[in-house]
Design a protein around this ligand. Structure first.
Ligand code: NAD
Length: 296
């Protein structure tokens, strides 16, 4: 069984490794030769283009690319996946992109006779390495069943979110809520500390009260409140501010296109835009607490 994997970055490389570990022949392509070489050293086969990789796949083609423009180029470009993939081979795009582009590509694949799903992920690089990702899948039910075994070699949970594009909808809505809750947690922590509370005591109160949320109880942004989270190691690792800014841009643009108000999402987008422009793009997104504690 052979799987083509295109996009071997922070997420894609460990996902491709897990497919190798599951006993699949993995045919890889990336513009970055070093990324390809690292996978080849682990037993994967290098391809010369997305088309070359796709041509050799009989079980699935998986893509894990930065943004919509890259995904479009990889599928519909001159040496793209759709130019060469075998009839009926299912396609999985796990990149985070806008729902509209996902739906257009799924329609183009269907016109060629290839089922395609949008399957963005939650779980970050740690989840990608451990094979515990959650996939949010937009697909017809039969397309999902075709790709489920492949997804389960890279993740632990598969959430069927509805038809094509709805995986991206779920991902964008989740990350918009995450950004808003992180900013809210940072703001409330900073106020409490300014008014005299010990930060760990305050977090403990939130976490047994109605203010409890993942940003407060599992990823607290205040330094020293929790161990093994980015705030305890100078905001390194984790989920980068630049990626959160990208997802908020996708969410607010989707809201604009739908004519749907997203006031707090727009405010969160602007805060992360400012934070990125101020030189914090490389820090974990919980570093937004620096807006409130005088460090930014
Ligand atoms: P990354 O930038 O580390 O990797 C992207 C890879 O794609 C790079 O190796 C790059 O060389 C390659 N690439 C770019 N254009 C290409 C092309 N035309 N052909 C072949 N390869 C090409 O990004 P990442 O962190 O792995 O994220 C990938 C996707 O997953 C993004 O959409 C991101 O939003 C999403 N995501 C990331 C995380 C995370 O924690 N990093 C978590 C969830 C979702």
């Amino acid at each position: 069984m052979s799987i083509a994997f295109i996009g071997l970055g922070n997420m894609g490389a460990p996902m491709a490794h897990n497919l190798r570990k599951a006993g699949r022949e993995v045919i890889v392509f990336d513009l970055n030769a070093d990324a390809v070489a690292a996978l080849v050293a682990a037993g994967a086969v290098a391809a010369e283009s997305p088309a070359d990789a796709a041509r050799q796949a009989d079980e699935a083609v998986v893509t894990m690319l930065p943004a919509a423009a890259h995904v479009r180029a990889v599928y519909t470009g001159e040496h793209g996946v759709l130019a060469a993939v075998g009839q009926g081979v299912p396609l999985i795009d796990s990149s985070t992109i806008d729902p509209q582009t996902a739906r257009e590509l799924i329609a183009a694949a269907a016109a060629r006779g290839n089922p395609m799903v949008d399957a963005p992920v939650s779980g970050g690089t740690t989840g990608a390495q451990a094979g515990t990702l959650t996939f949010m899948v937009g697909a017809e039910a039969d397309a999902l069943e075709r790709v489920r075994p492949v997804l389960m070699h890279m993740g632990r949970n598969v959430a069927h979110c509805g038809g094509p594009g709805n995986g991206q909808v779920a991902k964008l809505c989740n990350n918009m809520l995450l950004a808003i809750s992180m900013i809210g947690t940072a703001e409330a922590m900073a106020l409490g500390v300014r008014l005299g509370m010990d930060p760990a005591t305050l977090a403990g109160v939130f976490n047994t009260s109605t203010g409890r949320c993942w940003s407060a109880d599992s990823y607290n942004p205040w330094p020293g409140v929790m161990e093994n989270v980015p705030s305890s190691r100078g905001y390194t690792g984790g989920f980068g501010t630049a990626l959160m800014l990208k997802d908020l841009g996708l969410a607010t643009e989707a809201a604009r296109q739908a004519g749907q108000p997203a006031m707090l999402g727009a405010a969160a987008h602007q805060l992360y835009q400012w934070f990125t422009a101020s030189g914090h793009a490389g820090e974990d997104f919980s570093a937004i607490v620096k807006l409130y504690n005088g460090e930014a």
